[in-house]
Design a protein around this ligand. Structure first.
Ligand code: C5P
Length: 401
């Protein structure tokens, strides 16, 4: 379960309460599970535990001030808000819960809370009588209706001597609850190498042969693999797409460069997914100078490019290899033939005769085929299709073990 935390980014908000000492242990547990942790402390929290302690445990500077120029220059509140996959406020004091519910933005933590798209969660901690107070319960009700996950509290003896509900959950339990917020750990510990986009084959210094591949499907798969906990190397041809967070991107231009990058990157890979639309041929010799216009016709001599996915599949130490096939007719039959000929473990095929999916579109539909099975992924956004494909890959790898 904790494996779901691999590579996840957690902002831990610490507000003022005696339970703040448990946050120190929580940071350690989150990091042991592979998460990155940035700590934000309220002013009251610093009365209970020092920023230095949490800084040492998180391995990152602790954030305390909204209006500190130096801190904002390093990682501002908006950057921190964008960075997070999950914000957990633990302990969440009565005062902090009230401010979060009200949308008051009078310090770094509450401002960041409003500025993030991350999943939100709180671990309340307070005296049992305060916990029972209608104002606290209505703040919680508001937070719950907004989709905030509420972890605990537990009941038992309290620092103030009371017995009752209001103790913050233990660190080990909070780490589990954080992991629950993420859906999959299907590829935790795996190194996935993905090729994406078109290649460009130079004719001369200013011209090239290429195709309309946008790279969107490969980038969506890279994103889905990261969400599933994998380490990802994305080998991209010339595309106009931002690099997803947390992956190593290698930019290449030609098929030969893509092959070289793929061979190097797959040396320690567990999975290779070839979504690139590699040019089948390249000009025999790229001219050193711009080709001048002269005769009415111009003949180009092309030579075949190496098949990247087949080369990786034929390697001695081969990863699990997934190819793509874009077909306009007899889609399944052609894809099955390719699966066998290229010695792939799985092939995902698109019907490119359909104009509503494929190349430049944000949607796709795939039929995924392996030696003794197949599954259709109905038309959906490329990111949803990517997640379904990743789940299928993980299933097949597990079935082979
Ligand atoms: O043979 P075809 O080009 O249809 O095969 C498509 C699959 O093979 C895709 O996975 C594509 O990324 C891969 N491919 C490759 N190197 C090539 C041609 C195709 O890796 N030179």
């Amino acid at each position: 379960m904790l494996a779901r935390l691999a590579h996840k980014r957690i902002v831990l908000g610490v507000s003022g309460g005696i339970a703040a000492y448990k946050s120190a242990d929580l940071i350690r547990r989150l990091r042991d599970a592979g998460a990155e942790v940035q700590v934000v402390m309220t002013a009251a929290a610093q009365e209970f535990i020092t920023p230095l302690t949490l800084q040492a445990l998180s391995g990152n500077p602790v954030h305390t001030d909204l209006l500190d120029l130096a801190a904002e220059a390093a990682m501002g509140h908006i950057e921190l808000a964008r960075w997070a996959d999950l914000v957990l406020v633990a302990p969440a004091s009565a005062d902090c819960l009230a401010r979060l519910a009200q949308g008051v933005a009078n310090d770094l933590l509450t401002t960041l809370w409003l500025a993030t798209k991350a999943k939100l969660s709180v671990a309340p901690a307070m005296n049992q009588q305060m916990w029972a107070a209608p104002a606290v319960q209505s703040a919680l009700a508001v937070l719950r209706t907004r989709g905030v996950a509420v972890f605990g509290p537990a009941s038992g003896s309290q620092a103030c001597g009371d017995i009752g509900e209001g103790r913050m959950l233990e660190a080990v339990e909070l780490a589990d609850r954080c992991a629950d917020q993420f859906e999959t750990a299907a590829l935790t510990g795996k190194h996935v190498v993905i090729t994406a986009g078109p290649t460009r084959e130079a004719l001369d210094p200013v011209r090239y042969l290429s195709n309309h591949s946008s790279g969107k499907m490969g980038f969506a798969i890279a994103q889905a693999c990261i969400e599933a906990g994998a380490r990802v190397t994305l080998i991209a041809g010339p595309v106009n797409l931002p690099t997803p967070d947390r992956l190593a991107r290698i930019n290449v231009t030609s098929a030969l460069e893509m092959l070289q990058a793929a061979q190097t990157a797959t040396a320690d890979a567990d999975i290779f997914i070839a979504t690139a639309a590699v040019a089948d041929y390249r000009p025999r010799d790229a001219a050193d100078q711009k080709i001048k216009k002269s005769a009415d016709t111009l003949t180009l001599e092309l030579v075949k490019n190496p098949d990247i996915v087949a080369t990786i599949a034929a390697a001695e130490r081969r990863p699990f290899v997934v190819g793509f096939a874009a077909e306009t007719e007899k889609v399944i039959a052609h894809a099955r033939e390719k699966l066998v000929r290229k010695k792939l473990d799985m092939i995902a095929c698109n019907d490119v005769a359909r104009s509503d999916i494929g190349f430049q579109s944000d949607d796709n539909a795939l039929t995924v085929i392996w030696s003794d099975g197949e599954q259709t992924l109905e038309k959906a956004s490329k990111s949803l299709i990517a997640r379904q494909l990743v789940a299928l890959i993980a299933q097949r790898i597990k079935a082979r073990l």
